[in-house]
Design a protein around this ligand. Structure first.
Ligand SMILES: Nc1ncnc2c1ncn2[C@@H]1O[C@H](COP(=O)(O)OP(=O)(O)OP(=O)(O)O)[C@@H](O)[C@H]1O
Ligand SMILES: [Mg+2]
Length: 370
């Protein structure tokens, strides 16, 4: 395509200064780049995100032909605007679906466009929306990683379940009772592992989609800690493995008791499974006495400082984490549950070595005052 250039500067009446500044303010809040051209292809709006993505200051874009400001081309190097001919093409066009296009520096953008036409079908406004392709690619990669990790995590226990059941069915009479018991115990543990993984994945999906429902009520936090410790002892952990300390007086705490159980359960389990020695849980008012701080500390190897952020990511496991049968979702969920309470969690090296996880939660208030 080619022909006469439609890009010669034309006169346009200046836009109303007052209304433009309000609109500019609003469009600057958008996460996507927004470029609006008038019926003569001149840029009349260029928001902050567009300036950030294209590295073109808004002042230098306003008033110019948008095709000069954004010389987009496709992967084959075709000038996209010549190809599209927005002002000359079919007057039935209303929008263009998302396309991946490039600026001269090689910056990739995901571009959509929409037309506004007057009663004669002539384009009166052309709006271009820009999205950061790198961000989208990262999201898609994360999702693909998640799918492959989940598939892998499900496959290993299921392979063992299938292997042992097939062997037992085929050679039932060749095994004695003890051998059969060992195999069935493995099958049982692997089935538990799959169930646990699925429960954790459902929690992850609730956290990520913001569908975590909070049911706040007055919670006696020290009592809750004692209960979780008693639960672990009842399940077989030696009693002297745990130490509980309570300091100062807490305000009335409005928390979701099930979620607090889940947080404490996860941290204690990690301390027992990944740590060593005595596990000390301490509950005290937070620095401002407007909430509580809980720390769970063990005497094991601890977490190297460079991994202190990474431990809260999905599927992160330290060396040996896999061997200990974890999926690496526990701390990600714990962080999501603490944050759902408006709190925060961090990890550091305990004074005597080992890991110390400490979370704070504000006192909270009833969800629905009655
Ligand atoms: N107290 C601790 N001491 C040492 N390492 C720890 C401790 N707590 C957690 N970790 C490390 O952090 C990793 C992530 O913990 P996380 O609870 O998220 O997953 P997990 O325990 O492996 O699996 P699960 O999803 O079953 O909880 C663990 O694999 C372990 O390497
Ligand atoms: Mg864990």
């Amino acid at each position: 395509m080619g022909g006469e250039s439609p890009r010669a500067p034309r006169r346009v009446p200046p836009a109303g200064a007052a209304s433009r500044s309000v609109q500019e303010d609003m469009s600057d809040d958008l996460p996507d780049g927004l470029v609006v051209a008038d019926g003569d292809a001149r840029v009349i709006a260029f928001n902050a995100a567009a300036a950030r993505m294209t590295k073109i200051p808004a002042e230098s874009a306003i008033g110019r032909d948008f095709r000069d400001v954004l010389p987009l081309h496709d992967a084959e190097g075709r000038d996209w605007w010549k190809y599209l001919a927005p002002y000359e093409g079919l007057s039935t066009r209303t929008r263009h679906p998302e396309r991946s296009l490039f600026l001269p520096g090689g910056c990739e953008l995901l571009v959509t466009a929409a037309y506004r036409r007057d009663e004669n079908g002539k384009v009166s406004r052309f709006t271009v929306c820009l999205r950061d392709a790198a961000h989208r690619a990262r999201q898609e990669r994360d999702r693909a990683d998640l799918v492959s990790t989940v598939a892998h995590e499900l496959r290993s226990p299921l392979t063992s379940v299938k292997g042992f059941t097939a062997t037992l069915l085929a050679k039932w009479h060749r095994f004695n009772d003890d051998q059969k018991r060992v195999m069935l115990e493995t099958v049982n543990a692997d089935a538990d592992r799959v169930t646990r993984l699925i429960t954790e994945l459902l929690d992850v999906s609730r956290i990520e989609s913001g569908r975590l429902e909070m049911r706040r009520q007055v919670v006696d936090l020290p009592e809750q800690v004692r209960k979780v410790i008693a639960g672990r002892v009842a399940a077989g952990d030696p009693e002297d493995r745990f130490r509980f300390e309570e300091r100062g007086e807490l305000p009335e705490m409005w928390l979701d008791p099930d979620k607090i159980d889940q947080i404490l359960g996860n941290l204690l389990e990690n301390a027992v499974r990944h740590g060593a020695g005595t596990v000390t849980v301490m509950v005290e008012p937070d620095a401002h006495k407007e909430g509580a701080a809980v720390s769970v500390r063990d005497e094991g190897e601890g977490i190297p400082p460079e991994a202190a952020q990474r431990v809260f990511r999905q599927f992160w496991r330290g060396p040996g984490g896999n061997r200990r049968g974890g999926t690496g979702l526990g701390l990600y969920i714990v962080k999501g549950l603490v944050e759902a309470h408006g709190g925060a969690i961090s990890v550091r090296r305990a004074p005597g070595g080992g890991a110390e996880f400490r979370f704070t939660v504000p006192a909270g208030a009833p969800d629905y005052p009655s």
